[in-house]
Design a protein around this ligand. Structure first.
Ligand code: IMP
Ligand code: MG
Length: 213
């Protein structure tokens, strides 16, 4: 059981959850210690994420009553949020995906945005909801909004799970925001640092010592 943890995987979480006998204080402490070793401090738990996303889905359901919005997920970071958000919306929605890259392996936006995979469907006349993991400098969406507006959708709104308004350099605001967070680098629930940590079920703050800030 500890072998996995020592190797740096998350196998210990699975082992911990599946071992009923092990759900005691000692195991919880090991879990906490392991997070510390990884340099991650939990910011929002699975439960907190779930209940906020249910609220967001409810608001979208009410705001778009009688319409068929198209949810556009900006990959890769938003994939888990997208899956949970769409299931919290009780409307006849459609989904599409775009792959956009702006960061490379760093933690600071390069300002360069590239469409690596475009939408599959036409958005003309559609009510778009762009689904983002996190709104940071605003570079990605500033660029994307321009590209999408030119394709003549009926409307565009932005739904982001996390918003770091302190870091904004472009005039972009989201219409639906899960959590407003301070200027820290976060990982988990789809968000990565150098492609790692996306599969954490919670959102955590990555300590600057991990990425050498
Ligand atoms: P922006 O273009 O600076 O607004 O950044 C948008 C993208 O940068 C997000 O979709 C994320 O992929 C990434 N990003 C920004 N801040 C963080 C963070 O704290 N953790 C992980 N990814 C981030
Ligand atoms: Mg990213």
């Amino acid at each position: 059981m500890m072998k996995d943890a020592e190797k740096g995987g998350f196998g210990y979480v699975v082992a911990w959850k599946s071992n009923r006998m092990g759900r005691n204080m000692l195991q919880a402490m090991l879990n906490e210690e392991r997070l510390n070793e990884m340099g991650i401090r939990v910011l929002y738990t699975e439960e907190e994420l779930r209940s906020r996303i249910v609220q967001l889905g409810g608001r979208i359901t009410a705001d778009y009553a009688g319409r068929r919005p198209m949810l556009v997920s900006v990959l890769r970071g938003s994939y888990i949020f997208m899956a949970d958000l769409t299931r919290a919306i009780s409307l006849d929605v459609t989904v599409d995906f775009m792959v956009v890259s702006s960061y490379g392996a760093g933690t600071v936006s390069s300002g360069q945005v590239e469409i690596k995979k475009d939408l599959s469907d036409s958005i003309e006349g559609r009510d778009l909801i762009i689904v983002e993991d996190i709104l940071d400098s605003g570079n990605t969406l500033y660029y994307l909004m321009d590209v999408l507006r030119a394709r003549k959708p009926a409307s565009i709104r932005i739904c982001t799970l996390m918003d770091k308004p302190e870091r904004r350099t472009k005039p972009i605001t989201a219409d639906y925001v899960g959590f407003v967070i301070p200027d820290a680098f976060i990982v988990g629930y789809g968000l990565d640092y150098d492609e790692r940590y996306r599969n954490l079920p919670y959102v955590g703050i990555l300590k600057p010592s991990v990425y050498g800030k």
